[in-house]
Design a protein around this ligand. Sequence first.
Ligand code: GLN
Length: 569
Amino acid sequence: MKFIFVVGGVISGVGKGVATASIAKILSEYGFSTTIIKIDPYINCDAGTMRPTEHGEVWVTADGGEIDQDLGNYERFMNRNIPKINNITTGQIYRTVIENERAGKYLGKTVQLIPHIPDEIRRRIKLSGEGYDIALIEVGGTIGDIENIPYLFAAKGLEKECGKNSVIYILVTYLPVPTHIQEAKTKPTQHAIKLLSENGISPDFILCRAKQPLDSVRRQKIEVYSNLDRHQIISAPDVNNLYEIPLNFEKEGLGKKLMQCMELQSRKIPDWEKWKKLLYNLQNPEKTIKIAMIGKYLSIGDYQLTDSYISINESLKHASAKLGVGIKISWIDSKIFEMNPENVRGLSEYNGILVPGGFGNSGVEGKITAIKYARENRIPYLGLCYGMQLAVIEYARNMCNLKNANTTENDSNTPYPVIDILESQREVMQQNKYGGTMRLGYYAACLKPDTQVCRLYHENGRIELDKNRINSVEKFRIGNVKGIDNIILERHRHRYEVNPKFVPVFESNGIIFSGYHQVSDDNMLMEFMELPEHPFFIATQSHPEFESRFENPAPLFVGFVNAAGLNQT
Ligand code: GLN
């Protein structure tokens, strides 16, 4: 088994995650089974409790982990599920070591930072890598961060254990161009190489991130400073599209160079045909549509963070690549519809409206106003999680005469709690186990035949795919669904549900619940809804954006983008 450590120099946020995902994709194209592990050196045990402004989006794994968003890139590039155990944090490592110490597992020894912490890190890396030919390990942050020292130490330990050609290092660095000089500077890269060498590591490859491709002058400077060969220095200029990156790396022959470095022989001729075709579609759209994404947008200082919806942005891109339709997304803060309801008319210029997931009451009435506008003006609508709950509330208030209908998340005294917490969850909450009430990860849904949702899942090959996956999923995630026809799996991250008591009222007023999950106590949870009279009004309790890949887009996004394309005048 081989290990590739990807570490960052200079600054974070230069695309180390995407570079790692691209390398994994390249190596899998050469026929190696590949996995990726992300190390986050913070003390939180997972990203579930972190504010999106602190850490971007929370990524939800199929097995119910709430983890770092980089794992999303890995899945999107590799078209494969990555389990939650592949996100290692310092909090988890220390927790295990302390639990072991309390359980007397160290047999009276003094438990110390060295060797016990790196030993546990090594154990975790090997556990995640088990069964794969190659494990890539992305170390978060940059070298030189104090908190990364135990991880670099663990890498050296692996090298000792497995041999030098089984552990290799890639340094992702950045060449800034100061505006007053207009020249790419290599000095920060030289410092990064020096810092790495202080940990006994010399990089096998340096990926030079920069605005422009690396020129010969700078290449030579880095060569001299790092004592590497020319071929070990890889140019990684900015791209318009993330999905160009594996192809750019291959232009530099990175796959073959890596195999040579690890003494591996290629097992397959890479086939990039489908990838190239999708990329071509993305870059040469036949037409471009406008999508309004109505959310809660938070800014950090002077900057707005659209990163908190990265999976949705990417899912739209995947659908765009499949259909050859370009997409321009406008992120609209729903509060503008609360300040002045007239503002909602501005939505008429969009071909599609999307309401993503969310928590709490901030901006909620504005989102409901936007949903009403989409419904009444026949603009294609896609609602994700909260986006479905709010669509149900809107329909209750305006089409079912249930005045002041609401979710108990925001109004515990509403006369019509159309979105509510289940009785069984309430009991858990009373015991103060609030965290345990979240539905997280895969849950199966049974789709009703003859619905738009069922058709989209069929057309996009998902029913077939999920039929094969269903056996590998824990029983409680499947529930009591009968038979195996039209069963799909989607990821979840929510507490509240469509209140089963109101389902008959909605159905008699025109909502079709196109898919449901049947819990083991036989409670039915509504997973999908659609309005048959509307060109495209579909919402889901799940988060299909976590199941969308470049080569395998999520069915609802394909349907939505297609409908929005048809809505273009
Ligand atoms: N706040 C809602 C719930 O907890 C929706 C969550 C979401 O959109 N992810 O049920």
